[in-house]
Design a protein around this ligand. Structure first.
Ligand SMILES: [Zn+2]
Length: 233
């Protein structure tokens, strides 16, 4: 195994441990993948993160065979990781969790509207909730691809959330931001509901993000536990 791929596998494990320590996930219900050239590396199914070693992760070919290699089966949610990475060359890493506040909103099948300007970090003026389908199915993956159109994140009805970004540290940072937004929106709903920013107000935010590289300034992947988990293109 190439050194670069080995480092990427280590980074995935570090991020798994970090997201549980941060309360972004419980047990091994979440899963993480990252692109490594012509394949994706993904956490194996039903394994405690503490017991995970780099060689235990699964690799799935990003061609139509979807052939996988590894001592353990890939996560039962491998299909949407695979479909998203094939459909979206911009995606280098995907974080999927059942974090409490995003999942609470997803239980109500509610999208997150523009209740805070930070919603712009996810690519548009909302974070959509993908339609419900049984976990691990092609139907769920199809719904996710629809909800992820021009977005970096979506909620999964009665299930959880996922975030996709260019690199693994950025995906994890965005996952943390999304959970915070969901928590804030949850509290606003207790207060009787939030005021939604207008399309014009959001257009200004998107322009600022594009002009000043604010997303770069706001993104501080160095604060995450790993910093060299970039994709190898
Ligand atoms: Zn799940």
């Amino acid at each position: 195994m190439e050194h670069e791929e080995y480092r990427l596998r280590q980074a995935i494990i570090e991020q798994c441990l970090w997201m549980n320590a941060q309360g972004l996930n419980q047990g091994s219900s979440g899963n993480i993948s990252a692109r490594s050239q012509d394949k994706l590396i993904i956490t194996p199914t039903a394994m405690a993160y503490e017991a995970m070693r780099p060689e235990m992760l699964a690799a799935i070919a990003l061609d139509e065979t979807a052939a996988w290699q590894g001592p353990y089966k890939p996560s039962s949610e491998w299909r949407f990781h695979y479909d998203l990475m094939r459909a979206r060359p911009d995606i280098g890493a995907i974080v999927h969790t059942h974090s409490t506040y995003t999942t609470s909103l997803a239980m109500t099948r509610r999208s997150i509207p523009a209740v805070h300007y930070m919603i712009a970090l996810f690519g548009g003026n909302d974070v959509r909730c993908a339609e419900y389908a049984t976990y691990g199915t092609q139907a769920l993956s199809d719904h996710i691809l629809v909800a992820m159109q021009d977005r970096k994140a979506c909620l999964l009805a009665n299930h959880g959330m996922l975030v996709a970004a260019e690199t693994l540290p950025k995906a994890m940072w965005l996952a943390s931001e999304l959970e915070t937004l969901a928590q804030q929106y949850y509290h606003a709903l207790q207060l009787g509901g939030a005021v939604i920013l207008t399309d014009e107000q959001m257009a200004e935010v998107h322009a600022k993000l594009a002009n000043y590289g604010l997303s770069q300034a706001l993104t501080n992947p160095e604060s995450a536990s790993t910093k060299s988990a970039t994709t190898s293109k």
